[in-house]
Design a protein around this ligand. Structure first.
Ligand SMILES: [Zn+2]
Length: 437
């Protein structure tokens, strides 16, 4: 691993993304940031570092996609304008039942390509075929928190019972290795799809290996109404009632929640994984993120899978997050630009279990460089505002993960892009014709 010096026009630094350095530089040694500041000061520390000149760029802490189902890249665009149950029953689930472990591996590779090109150094996933996704993430050299799905009727295991045998066995070997780029949690799909006895088993396993529980909660109003009918309480209250909230909960969506549930979320230190574009597209609603943040509830932004979004880009998702909350609160002052950026970067790293203070001394060297070449980046009256509201994923030129470039000057250093794209196009066509679409 070589040591690197990166010169940038602007750097968004600090644990709250609240510091802006103009004409700055970052010094990386091994996997850490060892210095960041004005170029003149950092230059004095140079001793044989590789020099990278990005003087027409802005450096931001690398983005993290807080909730996705990576092999769903294969399902991109197969069904857009249908209601949730038609979308699931006629398209998503039949397609997934035809996927092999190999298909999922290539789908995850396409996901890694897209994440990298969007400046995203890590993702929090819930899917079957976790080992295929692990292989793809390791080859891509990006971070992953993989939470194998506990769900019935997957192509990997068939019944819920078989899924449980597979997942618990997998986590027996993988659950303990929680320090590298790829880490593990556990992913019960949702309280409405996973019976109580399996939720309790999930809780025991999470407790045994200190695994985060990654689950969909309170996504639609229908789900909440049915939970009240079936369990006599809302999904978050039900999780609390069963004791799962003693573990670390990463809760995707939390769109329809009550003040009573906010109290549980605060007491149990639940992290919300917020997916605004997917929630809009599926007409689920708008999660009250500004209410969560006011109460100190942790929030991380993600995209959800490509089947429902249909891209993995985080810069666009952050702009959507900010705008929706201003609308919901009827107050443009909620969610300032620095906070919005932390929800898509530093908070995501923390949710993955990685200690990071963004572009700061001693933080992991994970950073994203955006070109300032395009007209939408000018004038630079407020570079942080431009990142949130005017930039796009296609501005990303470089991605450093754990001290190493995986994407440099728009070139992939870890993956064979066109081979993967060709493979995935073939797989997708094959499965679509298999299911008669
Ligand atoms: Zn999801």
């Amino acid at each position: 691993m070589s040591d690197t010096y990166i010169k940038c026009k602007y750097i968004i630094s600090g644990s709250k993304c609240d510091k802006l350095i103009r004409d700055g530089a970052i010094l990386i040694e091994n996997d850490r940031i060892v210095a960041v500041g004005k170029e003149g000061d950092i230059k004095k520390l140079l001793s044989g570092h590789d020099k990278v000149d990005r003087s027409n760029h802005i450096a931001i802490p690398s983005l993290i996609n807080g909730h996705t189902h990576l092999p769903e890249t294969l399902l991109r665009g197969i069904c857009d304008n249908q209601k949730l149950m038609i979308w699931l029953n006629e398209y998503i689930w039949p397609f997934e039942m035809k996927m092999s472990a190999d298909d999922a591996y290539y789908g995850a590779q396409l996901g890694c390509l897209e994440l990298i090109e969007s400046g995203i150094s890590g993702f929090i996933d819930q899917y079957f075929y976790a080992e295929s996704i692990e292989k793809a993430a390791k080859e891509a050299r990006i971070r992953a928190l993989l939470c194998p799905s506990v769900f019935d009727n997957t192509p990997e295991s068939g019944s819920l019972e078989n899924t449980w045998i597979h997942v618990s066995k997998l986590l027996e070997s993988k659950g303990k290795q929680n320090d590298g780029l790829v880490r593990y949690g556990i992913g019960p799909h949702a309280p409405y799809t996973v019976p109580k006895e399996y939720l309790l088993k999930v809780s025991d396993l999470a407790s045994k290996y200190s695994l985060p529980i990654h689950i969909h909660l309170n996504e639609t109003k229908k789900e909440v109404d049915e939970a009240i009918e079936n369990f006599g309480m809302s999904p978050i209250e039900y999780m609390n009632h069963l004791g799962l909230t003693k573990e670390r909960i990463l809760a995707a969506h939390c769109v329809h929640t009550s003040p009573k549930e906010w109290q549980i979320m605060m007491d149990a230190n639940i992290t919300v994984l917020h997916n605004p574009q997917s929630n809009l597209k599926m007409t689920s609603g708008i999660a009250p993120v500004y209410q969560y943040l006011e109460r100190g509830i942790k929030v991380v932004v993600g995209t959800d899978g490509n089947a429902s979004n249909n891209d993995l880009g985080m810069l666009e998702e952050l702009a959507t997050t900010a705008m929706l909350q201003k609308y919901l609160a009827n107050d443009p002052s909620v969610l300032d630009n620095a906070i919005v950026l932390t929800l898509g970067s530093i908070q995501g790293m923390k949710a993955m279990g990685v200690d990071s203070e963004g572009i700061s001394i001693n933080s992991p060297a994970d950073l994203t460089l955006l070109s300032l070449q395009r007209s939408h980046s000018w004038p630079q009256n407020n570079p942080r505002s431009n990142v949130i509201y005017s930039s796009s994923s296609s501005d990303v030129t470089d991605l450093v993960v754990d001290g190493e470039f995986v994407y440099q000057d728009r070139e992939h250093l870890t993956l064979d892009k066109w081979h993967i794209i060709e493979k995935c196009s073939d797989i997708s066509q094959r499965i679509l014709s298999d299911i008669g679409k």
